[in-house]
Design a protein around this ligand. Structure first.
Ligand code: SF4
Ligand code: SF4
Length: 328
């Protein structure tokens, strides 16, 4: 992806601002509260100049340029979530989502997860994880920027177990004791959760020498976005005629996705692990990667880089399986 002309940058920045303001208006209409309009309006206004700045950088400087932008977005998101916790007594975290689902309350947590983990990923993939998560933004500032590859065995299951444990805790409290957090307790749950995630995220990054280790192995919120991310319309596409197969993109990918193998198979990057960070696009010396909108064959195809080589393929989409059979 080359340097982008000022007019195109302005158009993208205005598009981002318009989309966020639009989301705010929809949420305002649905929830009947001004809070989401203020939240998305603030984000739309604050993010647009940052997007224009990022796109104006030469590709080689965008990976570094993305970090302060994402940090600024993360701080804004955290502040906005805190404001909603205080104003609406809703825990904007996985546990808050479960409290609201079980008790039938449509609050800020449900709205947050519906947009960040379901509706957003259906269109834009896990762009929230790459650009808007306050935990991910902090982790990106740590020193282990080149992932050593994924761990196999039980590691990938930990985040699913974490999600199940959160559900069990909330279900136990609500169904067993009729417990619902009040105003002070909601704030304590939220701040406690944020602190715990930062603590675990930094500890895992240091121990495993991988900034995004928490995202890969322990975050329950990321798990919720996986199914929708697989169906995302926006994905990275590789042009086989421009791919030198040297793997600069794979080395730069913080989520260990074997981008060149997707290109070789003639499909877009179907991995639900992609966080749309654009590192691969920015390091490709031949401009062989781009963002594209489209619909992909059904099924999952996880091609990931492990610490000792490729991890086993998860499930091959039917269409690709047929094509491979035809090649043999
Ligand atoms: S996986 Fe979790 S911690 Fe990582 S960016 Fe996504 S929501 Fe944030
Ligand atoms: S495939 Fe590209 S956009 Fe997706 S996570 Fe990896 S580097 Fe980022």
């Amino acid at each position: 992806m080359g340097t982008i002309a000022p007019r195109a940058r302005l158009a993208v920045a205005l598009g981002v601002a318009g989309a966020l303001w639009g989301l705010g208006l929809i949420a305002w209409a649905l929830a009947g509260s001004l809070a989401p309009l203020i939240f998305f309006g603030y984000l739309g206004t604050a993010v647009a100049p940052g997007v224009a700045y990022y796109l104006g950088l030469p590709p080689a400087r965008r990976i570094a340029g993305r970090r302060p932008l994402v940090a600024a977005i993360g701080v804004g998101m955290l502040a906005a979530a805190l404001a909603r916790v205080i104003a609406q007594q809703s825990i904007v975290a996985v546990e808050g989502l479960f409290f609201e689902l079980l008790s039938g309350v449509f609050g800020a947590a449900l709205l947050h997860f519906a947009i960040a983990k379901l509706l957003g990923p259906l269109i834009f993939g896990r762009v929230y994880c790459g650009w808007a998560c306050w935990t991910g933004a902090a982790l990106d500032l740590l020193p282990f920027r080149h992932s050593p590859g994924r761990l196999g065995g039980a590691w990938p299951w930990l985040r699913h177990i974490h999600l199940a444990a959160s559900l069990a805790l909330v279900a136990g409290l609500w169904l067993g004791y009729g417990y619902l957090p009040g105003p002070g307790a909601a704030l304590a749950w939220f701040l406690g959760g944020v602190a715990l995630y930062y603590l675990l995220g930094v500890a895992m990054a240091l121990a495993l020498r991988d900034n995004r280790a928490f995202c890969k192995y322990l975050c329950p919120a990321g798990v919720l976005a996986l199914p929708a991310a697989r169906l995302a319309l926006l994905k990275v596409r590789g042009d086989p005629s421009k791919c030198n197969a040297l793997g600069e993109c794979v080395a730069a990918c913080p989520m260990d996705i074997r981008i060149t193998d997707y290109t070789r198979h003639g499909v877009r990057v179907l991995s639900s692990e992609c966080i749309q960070c654009q590192a691969c696009l920015n390091v490709c010396p031949d401009g062989g990667l781009s963002l594209s909108f489209g619909v992909d064959p059904p099924g999952r195809l996880e091609l990931l880089r492990g610490r000792g080589g490729p991890l086993p393929v998860t499930i091959i989409p039917r269409a690709l399986r047929r094509r491979r059979r035809g090649e043999r």
